[in-house]
Design a protein around this ligand. Structure first.
Ligand code: NAD
Length: 541
């Protein structure tokens, strides 16, 4: 082991391929898509480095073609969850005492493999299993995930260099101990990069992990695990258990060694998990770290001075990319009535023309929504917009589940500032617009701030600096990621650390030093070179 401090490679954002016609990356991805479409694979649990088949299996289908089976996932029960905790415990002594450079090298190698030979596989799995277009998969399962792994290594190095001062005759030091016990990572369906980041961030800091991915993202989770194995992740450091969260999480949360929860998903689920932790608090050896990034009701607010073209592009991209299933997606838009009168028809025209369908057909901008319960939730919201007074469906509103779970990109217009559609997270391709009287800009900012419990992302469009300033001040807690003349989605690791407060989570900023700091229990060490030998102080003379 070397004594030198060895700075890791300087991270840079992974380049994003455009998959334009004729490009070699397009040919290669299409080939892999076709191959994986033709396969039907088994997705076992991976516990202590071993594949575990439970026989309790569920079919995994493509959301845009629900008759097509991509494979079968094995679901864990309480016994397998216990085994996963045991495997994490067994791996802890060695992993937690490795030099940090050894752990970092595993994830840097994973990033390199993902950037190269594994790129098509992870992108194709995300496209087929989660119905992302090539572009949406590329910015998620390739680019963002490479960024998480590379930037986290650099942030870890920065954290380790954070050291106290020493007064004469002493040496003070900080050691960043991995949390004792195991971390439970519970991940959502909508980003493969988040599924890859939540278990790996604590693992990079020396923790061992039990990872429960979303039931609706089993295919990409399966390949992620295989990628870590190829990168050289030792057995038991991350243990993959598929299955229903409501059944498995309580088993993990009842263990005395439970030391942290790394969660992304809905607010209600995180609140439920937090309560369970509270109930179990007396059992734990440590006060567990609870990190959760949760729901949002993200806004775009336009001032009368806004550029209408930029606003229109931001509404379309911000609301409908990945079928609006981004935690950051715009779902409530506030436009001054004067500007709305000029924008409305153009918006309706653009949205009506958005191509939607099979994501393997690269002409499509949108695929299907993730599962039947999402489909039904969206259909219900659209039904409400059609029937409730003060609401109108401007464009879209169609739903079709014949082949897959398709929901048309939908713009609802309402005059009712208390509308449910302006307050609740729908997590789909539905955006609700309210045209406000131009003179009431500041009152509208207050409405945006107070009418929802969330605080995740938001954007202001304005040319007028005073209007930008007013939004910046009045919406200070309305968004943890605030955009000026840009859409509220598309945060990039290293550039816009992501996360929100209020009901949107603990705001620990995924892919940042603040997040990594949650997975260590620092130890302060003071060494006195020549200690005093008499207890009496001079003032006592
Ligand atoms: P979800 O809450 O339904 O599921 C998330 C995870 O929790 C899944 O693995 C699921 O199996 C598990 N789970 C569900 N019920 C559980 C229970 N009772 N106990 C324990 N675990 C349980 O969320 P989703 O549909 O996968 O993702 C969409 C949600 O995630 C949205 O609310 C979105 O805003 C949020 N999200 C937030 C961010 C962010 O950074 N703030 C990022 C992505 C997604």
């Amino acid at each position: 082991m070397s004594d030198a401090f060895q700075p890791p490679p300087l991270p840079a954002n992974e380049p994003v391929f455009d998959y334009a016609p004729g490009s070699p990356e397009r040919v290669s991805l299409q080939r892999r898509l076709a191959e994986m479409w033709g396969e039907e694979i088994e997705m076992p649990l991976v516990i202590g480095g071993e594949d575990v088949r439970t026989g309790r299996t569920v079919p995994i289908v493509a959301p845009h073609d629900t008759h097509h089976r991509l494979g079968t996932a094995h679901w864990a029960g309480p016994a397998e969850l216990d085994r996963a905790v045991e495997a994490a415990r067994a791996a802890w002594p060695e992993w937690s005492s490795l030099p940090w450079t050894e752990r970092a090298a595993v994830f840097l190698r994973a990033a390199e493999l993902l950037s190269g030979p594994w790129r098509d596989t992870l992108n194709a799995a995300t496209m087929l299993g989660q119905s992302k277009t090539a572009h949406q998969a590329e910015i998620d399962s390739a680019a963002e995930l490479c960024d998480f792994w590379r930037f986290n290594v650099a942030y870890a190095a920065r954290l380790y260099q954070e050291q106290p001062i020493s007064s004469p005759g002493t040496w003070n030091r900080m050691e960043y101990r991995p949390l004792e016990g195991f971390v439970l990572a519970i991940t959502p369906f909508n980003f493969t990069s988040i599924a890859g980041n939540l278990p790996s961030a604590p693992a990079l800091m020396g923790c061992t992990v039990v990872w429960k991915p979303s039931e609706s993202a089993a295919l990409s989770a399966h390949y992620l695990m295989r990628l870590w194995q190829e990168a050289g992740l030792p057995a038991g450091v991350i243990n993959l258990v598929h299955g229903p969260g409501a059944e498995l999480a309580p088993v993990a949360l009842a263990q005395p060694e439970f030391s942290g929860l790394h969660f992304t998903g809905s607010t209600a689920v995180f609140r439920g998990l937090w309560s369970q932790v509270g109930e179990n608090l007396g059992r734990y050896r440590n006060f567990p770290r609870l990190v959760g990034e949760t729901g949002g009701k993200d806004f775009i607010v336009a001032h009368a001075s806004a550029d209408p073209d930029a606003l229109l592009a931001a509404i379309v991209r911000g609301s409908f990319e990945y079928q609006g299933q981004k935690c950051s997606a715009a779902s409530r838009v506030f436009v001054p009535d004067s500007l709305w009168a000029r924008l409305r028809d153009r918006l309706a025209e653009e949205v009506a023309a958005i191509p939607m369908g099979d994501v393997a057909d690269f002409r499509n901008f949108m695929g299907a929504v993730i599962n039947r319960s999402a489909f039904e939730r969206h259909a219900e919201a659209i039904g409400e917009a059609r029937t409730r007074s003060g609401h109108r469906v401007l464009v879209g509103g169609g739903t079709d589940d014949q082949r897959g779970w398709f929901v048309q990109p939908t713009v609802v217009v309402t005059e009712d500032p208390t509308s449910r559609l302006l307050r609740e997270e729908l997590f789909g391709p539905i955006v609700t617009v309210m045209a406000y009287p131009e003179r009431e800009y500041e009152a509208t900012l207050d409405l945006i701030d107070r009418s929802v419990p969330y605080g995740l992302t938001g954007a202001v469009f304005a040319h007028d600096r005073a209007a930008i300033r007013a939004a910046f001040e009045r919406l200070r807690y309305a968004a943890g990621n605030f955009y000026i003349n840009d859409k509220p989605t598309g945060a990039v690791v290293g550039q816009q650390p992501f996360g929100g407060a209020r009901a949107s989570g603990t705001d620990d900023k995924a892919g940042s030093m603040w997040n990594l700091a949650r997975w260590v229990a620092p130890r302060a060490i003071k060494e006195t070179f020549v200690p005093p030998r008499d207890y009496r102080y001079p003032f006592m003379a």
